[in-house]
Ligand binder design. Structure first.
Ligand SMILES: Nc1ncnc2c1ncn2[C@@H]1O[C@H](COP(=O)(O)OP(=O)(O)OP(=O)(O)O)[C@@H](O)[C@H]1O
Length: 557
């Protein structure tokens, strides 16, 4: 997926929106960081006092007390850091849990109209960015604030030694802000680009794996390697650009260190010679300065992790902020009667400009069986998909029981609709899970009854695990016949007022086919749409619609 332009400000806001959910934990972290920053100062202050005592030649118990206090400061500082780590660990675990559930809750609800252009299994790769986010969280919430606090406290402490240090503090902040402002937007943009290429490489690997048999039997082509080469080159280019930004930041840091160290040593030495500060203050000031430089170094060196974290937020956002489908508020009645369906001058064009159906005018009384006939590409499945409530951007109207389909609550519409579309598939799970999709509303008796009628019972009998047999993803190891049977039983199971079936009898033998036709004809409480190129089905249906290039060609009766 191509990267959108992002700004560092917006990325930080997105990141903030994530950590906002754990406001309490974050405030604990900051409290601890401030305390740790204060405790850190106890070291130079303690050292300064100890040196003053030593210089004055008065070694007394107060020095021992001071040494103990400095050690206690160091110990409590460590203790606070452990506590911070614990809080961060909790937040990291929460991030994983939250994204797991958000992804799995959102995916089935995604607006198909918008997401049709994406290959969703590839989009889901972005889930791995939770790990980068977890790592980045530590840097962004722990190391960075701690470093910033230490710099601020250090500068504040220095200014007590001599006002000249206030100017030093201001200069230091200015330089750091300048480095960040000049390099960060570029850093983030190039990190995002590199990440895009990383996903493109992964997507191509997945695609290679998916069609591995096709490639295996290809006539000696190296197309997959050439494509990989192109994508990897793109990755390397953007990664090099990214690294150049990091190098710029690092060089700025080195220059910064040299200048500040030189300035501080000079200023410190002059102040010491002029006896404006004593030797204890001079050493303490140097310790503080070293701590400040180390903190600034930490800030600059952790910038790549910061970029990674912000990029992760952007990537995860592709799924967590993707548009989800919305329905209305009308609840479809749960009664034993098919629905009446009518299309009024309905046209639908796919987002890529492909015409799906045009100017459909059709009235289907409740309980009818409709055959939608037509060649491949005629618009049969588009017409069925309009009745699933997936598409919103059609012109004209689609009414169910005289109510626009968009007015129905999607869950109630779906509960009353049995669907077998060619886009549906087997997933990795047991045979029973594949049939019921976890619904507890259907009885085992209904399942076995349907299995007997479709012929699926033979497959159940031939596997010693029966309904607990685990099917592999995409049902590759199943025969087309069994696969179709499973999808058919899934669609027909339970109560439904509307049945949408696309090529339902494909791969079924004539016995099962006539069983199914009888079953569908006997169901007086459903309106059935069968999309099929098989012209012979028309004889079993009350209404026949001939589609060609998305338009009805006959006068449906
Ligand atoms: N997801 C999609 N995105 C873009 N165009 C699509 C999409 N699905 C179908 N189309 C296009 O819409 C038109 C109608 O396709 P549709 O699948 O409805 O026909 P069909 O009669 O069901 O064909 P088949 O019998 O081969 O399934 C075709 O031009 C097709 O290329």
């Amino acid at each position: 997926m191509a990267s959108d332009k992002i700004s560092i400000g917006k990325s930080f806001i997105r990141f903030y929106n994530i950590v906002r959910l754990d406001k309490k934990d974050v405030s604990v972290i900051y409290m601890l960081a401030i305390l740790a920053g204060l405790l850190q100062l106890s070291v130079p202050l303690g050292v300064q006092t100890i040196i003053s005592f030593v210089m004055a030649g008065s070694f007394s118990t107060s020095i021992a007390v001071l040494i103990i206090m400095v050690l206690l400061g160091v110990f409590f500082n460590g203790l606070l850091q452990v506590r911070q780590l614990q809080v961060i660990e909790k937040m990291q675990q929460k991030i994983f849990v939250r994204y797991s559930f958000e992804f799995s809750d959102r995916l089935p609800k995604l607006n198909i109209e918008k997401m049709d252009q994406y290959y969703l299994p590839e989009l889901v790769n972005r889930f791995f960015d939770t790990v980068s986010l977890q790592k980045g969280l530590e840097k962004l919430l722990l190391d960075l604030p701690a470093a910033v606090i230490q710099v601020l406290f250090g500068v504040a402490l220095l200014s007590f030694y001599h006002p000249v240090f206030i100017a030093f503090g201001a200069l230091l902040l200015l330089i750091v802000i300048l480095i960040l402002r000049l390099t960060s937007p570029q850093g983030l943009a190039s990190a995002l680009k590199a990440s895009d290429y990383k996903y493109n490489v992964a997507a191509w690997m997945e695609e290679t794996a998916r069609v591995v048999r096709t490639l295996k039997y290809s006539k000696n082509t190296s197309m997959h390697i050439e494509k990989t080469d192109k994508l990897v080159s793109g990755y390397l280019d953007s990664r090099t650009k990214y690294f150049r930004v990091l190098l710029t930041q690092f060089w700025s840091l080195i220059s910064f260190k040299v200048v500040i160290t030189a300035a501080m040593l000079l200023v410190g030495a002059v102040l010491l010679v002029n006896q404006q500060i004593n030797i204890g203050q001079f050493i303490a000031a140097d310790i503080v300065i070293l701590a400040i430089i180390t903190s600034v170094e930490k800030i600059i060196l952790s910038l790549d992790k910061v970029y990674d974290a912000l990029v992760s937020v952007e990537k995860l956002d592709k799924v967590t902020n993707a548009e989800i489908e919305e329905g209305g508020n009308v609840i479809m009645e749960n009664i034993d009667k098919g629905v009446a369906v009518s299309f009024h001058e309905t046209s639908f064009t796919y987002p890529n400009g492909n015409a799906g159906v045009s100017d459909i005018k059709l009235n289907v009384p409740a309980g009818s069986i409709v055959h939608i006939a037509g060649n491949s590409g005629a618009g049969k499945s588009t017409l069925l998909r309009l009745l699933t409530g997936n598409f919103k951007k059609f012109s004209g109207s689609v009414l169910i029981d005289n109510i626009p389909i968009g007015n129905y609550r999607l869950d109630s519409l779906r509960r009353q609709t049995g669907v077998l579309l060619s886009s549906q598939d087997i997933f990795q799970g047991t045979l029973l899970e594949n049939i019921t999709l976890g619904s507890t509303e259907v009885s085992m008796e209904q399942i076995t009854d349907l299995a007997a009628k479709t012929g699926l019972d033979q497959y159940v009998r031939s596997n010693k695990e029966g309904y607990d047999t685990v099917l592999d993803p995409t049902g590759n190891r199943l025969t087309n016949h069994v696969r179709q049977n499973i999808l058919l039983v899934r669609a027909l199971l339970g109560k439904h007022r509307l049945l949408l079936l696309e090529e339902p009898f494909e791969h079924l033998d004539s016995h099962c086919r006539s069983n199914m036709i009888d079953l569908i004809k006997a169901d007086k409480n459903a309106t059935v749409f069968i999309a099929s190129q098989d012209e012979t089905l028309s004889q079993y249906c009350n209404i026949v619609v001939h589609l060609d290039k998305g338009m009805i060609q006959n006068n449906p009766v």
